[in-house]
Write a protein that binds this ligand. Structure first.
Ligand SMILES: NC(=O)c1ccc[n+]([C@@H]2O[C@H](COP(=O)([O-])OP(=O)(O)OC[C@H]3O[C@@H](n4cnc5c(N)ncnc54)[C@H](OP(=O)(O)O)[C@@H]3O)[C@@H](O)[C@H]2O)c1
Length: 331
């Protein structure tokens, strides 16, 4: 497969950023775009030219000129849309949150494995250069044994506020939308927590407008994770070990040109530069998907199926402790 021919399913906000960054990926083209209304797909294709414009998702998955589909619909639809693509033998890059719960995520992974079709969650942060640098520092024992992680992600949504953020039917709330980045970061460093405590504040619609969690580990490590759609919390992370501390400065989940290393207390700061390309940062994951497809993989070695399942299982545990429920949990 020389050129990877991409399709985009759902022509919303993040789809526009992704399409823009796809132009930075060598050996990739945007072949087709699909929206529920043809006019929306046409408007999208005016901004981001694509050979095929579809007025339904079913048309997109039936298009032979598409190798892989980027799913950019709200979380509650990821399960349905991923199965639609996989069942038409289309590889999938599915936006976070991967699904609403572990049950849905397991089914998505099972279909990918049974049909031998590539599936990856679009956890773009994992492919960013500062995250690779952090992993290097940890692997080289620069931090010692990690003892504590503090991670925050919060903002007050500004108009036009996406309705999906507060809609329980679309998987609204802070945890699945932004708290997932906190969960991803902690799991990728400390692994599965032994116990989880969590609490949330409900919005009038019933979604978690804030969520705070505490992960505890048998070796004594603790992680505190805070997400909020009702305050402009920081978007930074402190990863502290017995030797030193790394600080991922705002915004820890997006491309950054530096990370901070503290061998001692505040006055010991060393700035570590990180190579950063142009674009918004979605090109790294898109490039990786291309590499996986060219190798004939059905799963990414970087963001594996088990990585997504662990994130979903952990978010189920947080939701259970905090009392966050979706109607999909009943099935
Ligand atoms: N990786 C990141 O940095 C990042 C950032 C933001 C969001 N996201 C994720 O991307 C996903 C989409 O977020 P977004 O902000 O792009 O949302 P959005 O602007 O509201 O777009 C969602 C798109 O989903 C489609 N859709 C299909 N059925 C729908 C329904 N019943 N209700 C609403 N939309 C429906 C619509 O596409 P058509 O009508 O065009 O078909 C709509 O344009 C979410 O899962 C979110 O977590 C990721």
């Amino acid at each position: 497969m020389e050129t990877i021919r991409w399709g985009i399913l759902g022509c919303g906000r993040i789809a526009r950023k992704f399409a823009s960054d796809l132009t930075l990926v060598e050996g990739a083209i945007l072949s087709a775009v699909a929206a529920r209304r043809t006019d929306d797909a046409r408007a999208f294709a005016k901004e981001f030219p694509a050979q095929h414009v579809h007025g339904s998702y079913e048309e997109l998955v039936s298009n032979p000129d598409v190798d892989v589909i980027y799913i950019a619909t709200p979380h509650a639809l990821h399960h349905e849309h991923t199965l639609l693509c996989l069942n038409h033998q289309k590889a999938v890059l599915c936006e976070k949150a991967f699904a609403l719960n572990l049950r849905q995520a397991k089914e998505m992974v099972a279909v990918s494995r049974n049909r031998k079709v590539f599936l990856m969650e679009a956890l773009w942060s994992k492919f960013l250069p500062q995250y690779q640098k952090l992993q290097e520092l940890i692997a080289d024992s620069e931090l010692g044994e990690i003892q504590s992680i503090l991670v925050n992600f919060g903002f007050i949504p500004q108009p036009p506020v996406p309705a999906r953020l507060y809609d329980p039917a679309l998987g609204g709330g802070s945890l699945l939308d932004i708290g997932i980045y906190n969960v991803f970061l902690v799991l990728s460093i400390l692994g599965r927590p032994d116990t989880i405590e969590a609490s949330m504040t409900a919005s009038p619609e019933g979604v978690d407008i804030q969520c705070a969690s505490l992960f505890k580990y048998k070796n004594g490590a603790l992680a505190q994770l805070f997400s909020s759609l009702s305050s402009n919390l920081g978007t930074d992370a402190d990863i502290s070990g017995t030797k030193s501390r790394v600080r991922l400065t705002a915004r820890f989940y997006a491309p950054s040109a530096t990370i901070e290393l503290y061998a001692g207390r505040e006055d010991s700061r060393e700035i570590i530069p990180v190579f950063k390309e142009g674009g918004s940062g979605y090109q790294y994951e898109a490039r990786h998907v291309g590499e996986c497809l060219r190798k004939g993989l059905i799963e990414s070695p970087v963001m594996s199926h088990n990585d997504s399942l662990l994130i979903m299982e952990t978010m189920d545990r947080i939701r259970s402790a905090a009392g966050i429920h979706y109607s999909a949990d009943r099935f």
